[in-house]
Design a protein around this ligand. Structure first.
Ligand SMILES: Nc1nc2c(ncn2[C@@H]2O[C@H](COP(=O)(O)OP(=O)(O)OP(=O)(O)O)[C@@H](O)[C@H]2O)c(=O)[nH]1
Ligand SMILES: [Mg+2]
Length: 425
């Protein structure tokens, strides 16, 4: 699909396909596209969508040409010779945004839908595109009401305006703050669905990390051998796990007395393991724990991690403790591990599938900021600082939601106030 957008779109399309049927808005018509010499470039369906009722809000012509990249390239060249220029990345959506055809959140959701690498990510992005902006608008409306209440107290102190009680106001603020907190917390689930679960396999040399890496990937991606210290460099690869994208990082095994090069590999593995969502400590369950393993267990304290006992086929020592036992040789425990990974990934990830989640860091950060303003408003209203600060904090909160959704704020609070209470003189 080639898409022309702008005031000259139709004029250009006419020159590209002289003659042909009359152009009717939003009706696909079969046309012959030719170059300057009248040579046929393609014969295909063109659709004219006059602005502002088009995706970008401008005049748009869509050319549903044949899929050969050569045809697309020749058509593009012909369009450029006729005065068009290639669009910049995201430019159509950007124009749609500028012309009010697309909200900021919807544009962000669209970007995530295009980039999604797992069904879970796609589902979340679609959902955000449809429900996140309305949900935020609703929050905005509710906060606007409260801000209006606060403004009323500020402008007419001591007067009985039939306003709601402070206690009620506080309660409503707290309720909004709780919802905002929940939505901000959904980022963990959002990030998980969109970026996938990053999982590092760490452990002593020869524990079976690379074997497990290959088993989870379902293909021999990393070298496996009985020689300790086989994996030198970190190896990364991704695979679908349930409806998630699982990004696996195999690291160099740890041991004491490694040479400089091997030690560098170990350090690299440690650094990468710092950045993942979950570490799997793989240890050989049919051998006793050694100091290297003890040090690893210590290092993982306070971090998201699980312990996998490998070599279950050889018989586990009774004193060995871990979350799961597996054998890379027989495949024992691997299905259980996959299932457990999905559960572990979602543990603490906030709302499970089906619930609304934010889909990027910007939204997350602004929601945290909003929560801060709401807390300040509550604190001020309930304490010494008083209504002026509370009103200001509510305004900042509104501005933050405005920033989130891409809208503008300010005078509206007063508009709302007078409309609702009819106190204007
Ligand atoms: N019997 C048995 N052998 C295993 C198992 N897992 C791995 N091995 C063997 O143990 C040896 C080491 O396996 P790797 O997967 O290379 O171990 P690693 O942890 O990646 O080792 P380094 O890269 O050196 O840190 C190989 O000979 C594997 O075939 C298992 O569950 N059972
Ligand atoms: Mg290895």
């Amino acid at each position: 699909m080639l898409r022309l957008s702008g005031a000259d779109a139709l004029a250009l399309a006419r020159r590209l396909s002289p003659g042909g049927p009359a152009w009717r808005p939003r009706r696909a018509s079969l046309r012959r596209l030719v170059d300057e010499q009248g040579e046929l470039l393609d014969s295909c369906l063109l659709t004219w969508m006059p602005g502002p009722r088009s995706f970008t809000g401008e005049d748009v012509v869509e050319i549903a040409c044949h899929g050969n990249p050569l045809i697309v390239e020749q058509l593009l060249d012909a369009c450029v010779r006729l005065g068009a220029r290639p669009a910049r990345p995201g430019e159509f959506s950007r124009r749609a945004l500028e012309h009010g055809r697309l909200g900021l959140i919807e544009a962000e959701a669209l970007a995530e839908q295009i980039a999604a690498r797992s069904p879970a990510g796609l589902r979340l992005a679609r959902q955000a595109g449809q429900q996140l902006a309305p949900a935020l608008e609703l929050l905005y409306e509710r906060l606007l009401d409260l801000a209006a209440e606060l403004e009323a107290r500020l402008d007419h102190p001591g007067e009985d305006l039939g306003l709601i009680e402070d206690q009620d106001l506080l309660l409503r603020l707290a309720r909004i703050r709780a919802e905002v907190g929940e939505l901000a917390g959904s980022w963990r689930a959002g990030r998980l669905a969109l970026s996938g679960l990053r999982l590092a396999l760490v452990g002593p040399v020869n524990a079976g990390k690379s074997s497990l890496f290959n088993a989870l990937l379902g293909r021999p991606r990393a070298l496996v051998s009985a020689t300790p210290g086989t994996t030198r460099d970190a190896v990364e690869s991704s695979v679908r796990l349930g409806d998630l994208d699982l990004v696996l990082v195999d690291t160099a095994g740890e041991r004491s007395g490694a040479d400089a090069l091997e030690q560098a590999g170990i350090e690299l593995g440690r650094a990468l393991a710092e950045e993942v969502d979950l570490c799997l400590l793989v240890v050989d369950g049919h051998r006793e724990a050694d100091p290297v393993e003890a040090a690893l267990r210590d290092r993982l304290v306070g971090r998201e991690h699980r312990v996998v006992l490998s070599h279950a086929d050889l018989g586990l020592l009774p004193e060995r403790r871990g979350d799961l036992a597996i054998s890379n040789l027989t495949g024992q425990g691997l299905d259980e591990l996959r299932a457990a990974l999905l559960v572990w990934a979602r543990a603490g990830a906030g709302p499970a599938g089906g619930q609304l989640a934010v889909i990027n860091q910007r939204q997350h950060a602004l929601l945290l900021e909003l929560g801060g303003w709401l807390a300040l408003a509550e604190e001020a209203l309930g304490g010494e600082a008083g209504v002026a600060l509370a009103a200001e904090a509510a305004q900042r909160g509104l501005a933050t939601i405005g920033e989130l959704t891409g809208r503008d704020v300010r005078e509206e609070v007063l508009d709302r106030l007078f409309a609702r209470f009819c106190i204007g003189k």
